[in-house]
Design a protein. Structure first.
Length: 177
């Protein structure tokens, strides 16, 4: 998300972007909701601070600002049911105003009117040696692919198995999928 924001900013200022080609729409500003902005001084939890930032973004949009919206793991610090509902609500608002946006999430079933991407994941055919915490990155392809369904890629469980996490943890997890 930070890279997308930087590339957008570069294009807005007339710089070349680090890509073979690209189509970048000019926007009024770049709105980010990334990281944890809780404030002990103001008594704001991570969730409350995030909701205030999302509120600021939506209010700008409703006033006619045309931003690029980049949101990392919206509502990750609340319960999954309300988190998914809030995510769907924000997606609906952004779509209703035709706002270009990228939102990362672990929530599934967030809507039919979104393009869903996920990391390709473990390069299973290339694993030739014992995988450990020092070399596991060599076997993960972080490029993005478009997916059409809400199928479970089982990457987390595969990583757990490769790192030799207790079999009971992995086997019990498969029961809940």
């Amino acid at each position: 998300l930070k890279t997308l924001g930087l590339v957008q900013n570069m294009a807005q200022m007339g710089f070349y972007i680090p890509a073979i080609e690209g189509k970048i729409q000019l926007v009024d500003e770049i709105c980010l909701s990334i990281g944890d902005t809780q404030s002990l001084e103001e008594g704001l939890s991570s969730f409350a601070a995030e909701m205030l930032e999302i509120d600021r973004i939506v209010k700008k949009i409703k006033k006619g600002v045309r931003p690029l919206v980049l949101i990392d793991e919206l509502a990750r610090t609340t319960n999954p049911q309300e988190g998914r509902a809030l995510l769907k609500s924000v997606i609906t608002i952004l779509n209703n105003y035709f706002i270009e946006s990228v939102i990362t999430t672990h929530y599934d079933q967030v809507g039919e009117d979104v393009v869903k991407l996920r990391v390709k994941g473990i390069k299973k055919t290339e694993i030739e040696e014992d995988v450990n915490c020092k070399n596991i990155e060599d076997y993960i392809d972080y490029s993005l692919i478009e997916v059409d369904d809400d199928s479970v890629p089982e990457e987390a469980l595969t990583i757990g198995k490769l790192l030799k996490i207790d079999e009971d943890i992995i086997n019990n997890a498969y029961k809940y999928l």
